[in-house]
Design a protein around this ligand. Structure first.
Ligand code: TXA
Ligand code: MG
Length: 344
């Protein structure tokens, strides 16, 4: 567990980053901060490194990993037939929370990294520690979020330790991450971009750069198998059952009261604006409704903190699914297993 400051590259931090990179070069796996969530990194050429990642996370092996790079030139070493709009997106949003899925070059990456798919997901994170670590490793770094499979993604080193302590070679700790939700995954293999996983870069952001843009239809209909394999799994869930409810706090309070009469201990995932309006067993604010980026930043930490509370059931306020709200509601619905409560 190496603690470094957010700027990463000063001389005091550098020995730690070098040591972590040395482990990655040797085929070990190390957790590191990005601007979205902590990742669990291993080098992309070794099957054994990818296997260690899947093992540590308990992740199904059919779910491919994102390849993290620190240098744009690496895109053309990893992929081919990249459409012009994909380069426009990279120019606009890299380094940053955007992942492009493009046709992969054969024989460059471990097949485990891409789970045997003909495509590869690539992103350049906007975090000085991540970029320094990747550069120092000398190879692209495959990294999923550094949580046990099914748990909320880690936005602080403590979350990584809670899930993976003893299962990985180390963790580079640079404090809390920024965006708080994972990158936007965009399929760039067709005539126009298709959002496979909403994230820090919004659909409107992508449209403003690439023109016509669509969303994976399975995100809208929830029936077919999603094109990003990871989107089909239950995810992000706290231990107590979680329900989402629309409406004003006074309406949500009625459901809280109903459950408490039945003897249940009820938690509410609220906002700073509404926390004082509830009477429940545990009320935790998750950012400010007036600023959805603050909700995104705190969502996973809030879901995790309910596990330290004696609650039988949790109700989360719903958020408007616009802009970054689309990513918030996508993750909240997954965490809730799509359980909604309708007001009477
Ligand atoms: O912000 C992030 O993206 C974080 C940080 C660590 O960079 N990483 C992350 O990785 O969220 P992970 O493994 O938790 O999620 C990767 C998602 C999964 O839904 C996976 O199925 C999808 O990207 N994916 C990866 N490769 C793909 C491919 N070739 N085609 C379609 N989807 C792919
Ligand atoms: Mg993940």
């Amino acid at each position: 567990h190496w603690v470094v400051d957010k700027c990463g590259i000063n001389l005091q931090n550098y020995p730690h980053i070098k040591e972590a990179a040395g482990l990655i070069r040797k085929g070990e796996v190390v957790a590191f901060p990005t601007e979205t969530v902590y990742g669990l990194g291993g080098q992309v050429k070794l099957d054994s490194a990818a296997e260690k990642i899947f093992q540590a996370k308990g992740r199904p092996s059919d779910n491919p990993l994102i390849v993290h790079i620190a240098d744009r030139a690496e895109v053309d070493e990893l992929a081919h037939s990249i459409p012009p709009y994909a380069y426009l997106l990279m120019n606009a949003f890299w380094p940053g929370p955007l992942t492009v899925v493009v046709p992969k070059k054969e024989g460059v990456l471990s097949e485990r990294v891409t789970a045997g798919l003909p495509t590869v997901a690539i992103r350049m994170p906007n975090h000085p520690v991540a970029l320094a670590l990747i550069k120092e490793s000398g190879v692209p770094v495959a990294a999923p979020s550094a949580n046990r499979s099914g748990k909320p993604s880690p936005t602080a080193a403590k979350h990584v330790l809670d899930d993976l302590n003893g299962r990985i070679a180390g963790i580079v700790d640079a404090g809390e991450t920024g965006v708080g939700l994972e990158s936007t995954v965009v399929d760039c293999t067709g005539d126009y971009p298709i959002v496979l996983r909403p994230g820090g870069v919004t659909q409107a952001d992508i449209e403003s750069v690439a023109g016509k843009t669509d969303t994976d239809t399975t995100l809208k209909q929830k029936e077919e198998t999603p094109k990003a394999p990871g989107m089909k799994y239950a995810h992000y869930a706290p231990e107590a059952p979680l329900f989402i409810m629309e409406g004003l706090p006074a309406v949500i309070q009625q459901k809280v009261d109903e459950w408490r009469v039945e003897g249940k201990k009820v938690g509410v995932l609220a906002t700073e604006e509404s926390t004082g309006l509830y009477k429940a067993d545990v009320v935790i604010p998750c950012g400010r409704r007036s600023d959805l980026t603050s909700v995104a930043k705190e969502l996973y930490g809030t879901l995790r903190s309910f596990n330290e509370q004696p609650v039988d059931v949790i109700i989360a306020e719903a958020f408007p699914a616009e802009g970054v709200g689309a990513a918030i509601m996508n993750r909240l619905e997954k965490a809730a297993g799509d359980k909604w409560i309708k007001a009477k």
